[in-house]
Design a protein around this ligand. Structure first.
Ligand code: HEM
Length: 57
């Protein structure tokens, strides 16, 4: 959500990226919906890996 809302500002200073900021053009719900769609296209092993990375430790 942070990367999508802030774009380059979400990355460390000096990091160059083409990812634009969408915080002013997409609502939180729209961003969440797009990310959910992208995730729905992942194969199960990738979903499992991301789920492990996101787990609260
Ligand atoms: C013209 C449209 C877009 C362009 C050109 C673009 C480009 C990029 C690029 C180049 C990156 C890699 C960042 C880096 O390491 O340099 C990135 C990452 C990312 N983008 Fe976009 N993006 C676009 C639209 C979107 C939209 C609409 C969303 C979500 C609603 C989105 C979500 C993300 C996220 C979450 C990442 C981080 C992925 C990760 O680090 O695993 N992007 N994007």
């Amino acid at each position: 959500m942070r990367i999508t809302q802030l774009g380059p500002a979400a990355y460390p200073e000096g990091y160059r990226t083409d990812m634009p900021a969408f915080g002013d053009t997409l609502s939180d719900r729209e961003i969440a919906a797009i990310l959910a769609y992208i995730k729905s296209q992942w194969p199960p092993d990738i979903r499992a890996r991301q789920s492990r990375q996101n787990a609260v430790r």
